[in-house]
Ligand binder design. Structure first.
Ligand SMILES: [Zn+2]
Length: 104
């Protein structure tokens, strides 16, 4: 409604979406490994990949290797897939998403 929320492309379904409806995944480099982390506060530096709060989008992104493309690097998505899919299926983790909260 007339607001100017930033918009990003979901790497799963490739739909443009306001960032408040997306989850950010960041590429974190540690001393001897690189891993993908869920950037719930959207504060991590570097490239980010954006995804809907939807396991469908996650599996689509994984199937298309969209993470590697988003980060321009080979990334190990196995661990992320586990973390993210449980994160996505836990409705208490959704950010600002009260559309389904009809019991309130
Ligand atoms: Zn999506």
């Amino acid at each position: 409604m007339g607001n100017h929320e930033p918009v990003r492309l979901c790497i799963g379904c490739r739909t443009r979406e306001q960032t408040k409806n997306l989850v950010r995944v960041a590429f974190e480099k540690t001393r001897d490994s690189r891993s993908l982390v869920i950037d719930t506060r959207r504060v991590l530096p570097g490239r980010g990949a954006w995804l809907h709060h939807d396991p469908e989008c996650l599996s689509t992104a994984l199937r298309r290797r969209a993470f590697a493309r988003a980060f321009r690097h080979h990334v190990d998505t196995e661990e992320l897939a586990e973390v993210l899919s449980s994160w996505l299926s836990d409705s208490t983790n959704t950010l600002n998403n009260d559309e389904s909260g009809s019991e309130n």
